[in-house]
Design a protein around this ligand. Sequence first.
Ligand code: OGA
Ligand code: MN
Length: 295
Amino acid sequence: MTLSVRQIGPCFVGEVSGVDLRKPLSRQEATEIEAAMDHYAVLVFHDQDITDEQQMAFALNFGERENPRGGNITKTEDFRLDSGLNDVSNLGKDGRPLARDSRAHLFNLGNCLWHSDSSFRAIPAKFSLLSARVVNPNGGNTEFADMRAAYDALDDETKTEIEDLICEHSLMYSRGSLGFLDYSEEEKQMFKPVRQRLVRTHPRHGRKSLFLSSHAGAIIGMSMPEARVLLRDLTEHATQPSFVHVHKWKLHDLVMWDNRQTMHRVRRYDQSQPRDMRRATVAGTEPTVTQQAAE
Ligand code: OGA
Ligand code: MN
């Protein structure tokens, strides 16, 4: 089998064939996939009926696993998956769809907002690899936006205005914008805002991207309303159809994206039916900006 990548949709999505993700990758395959990630930013693999362990092993070709702590309100004893993958399903520990009014379900709805994974961490995620184990019958497409193209298309005045801006990101901002406002003291500590540059430069090819995410809720040195209006305007710009690709899931698709140069969101789906999606997350290697000294 020879690995090949074909462009689909807008120029930032590639479809990969000729690779079996159940088996360890050769060095050559891993290098080719990472180069394709740099070029495209989103890669789609079809017909990959993999286990959690195989998915994690595939992810580890591209860096270390991100520690999932601090990214959710679900208590460790309530985890459905013990493999270390992020559970992005709508299922509880009993394997059934979560109750519509459960806190976990309401919190998970934040994935319907445009975001970049773990932008609420001081070191945000590098790659995410999402595997479809059960596809929902109605809705649940995942959409991706190319943040390099969005940056390039800004006018020069805006580029200058935002070049050095630093945002604050927190899960409490994204969930708060949906009206999810009640957190325990422990959660408030866990979800304390972190700082991220608004314009970031890709470490391998050097292109600039808009580093937006629904987790961004403030800009240093700017009033909150002014900051939010700017962030909304930029997000509206960056998610115009010409920068967006819609992925319609088929069973055993695996989609891999670079959080440093894309945003994504899931569309609403039938919550009475299962949707089992599992994510391996490759940790980033450095912060986008020095964090404030701890208070
Ligand atoms: C994620 C995510 C969207 C989806 O896995 O990070 O946002 O389609 N998932 O479930
Ligand atoms: Mn996500």
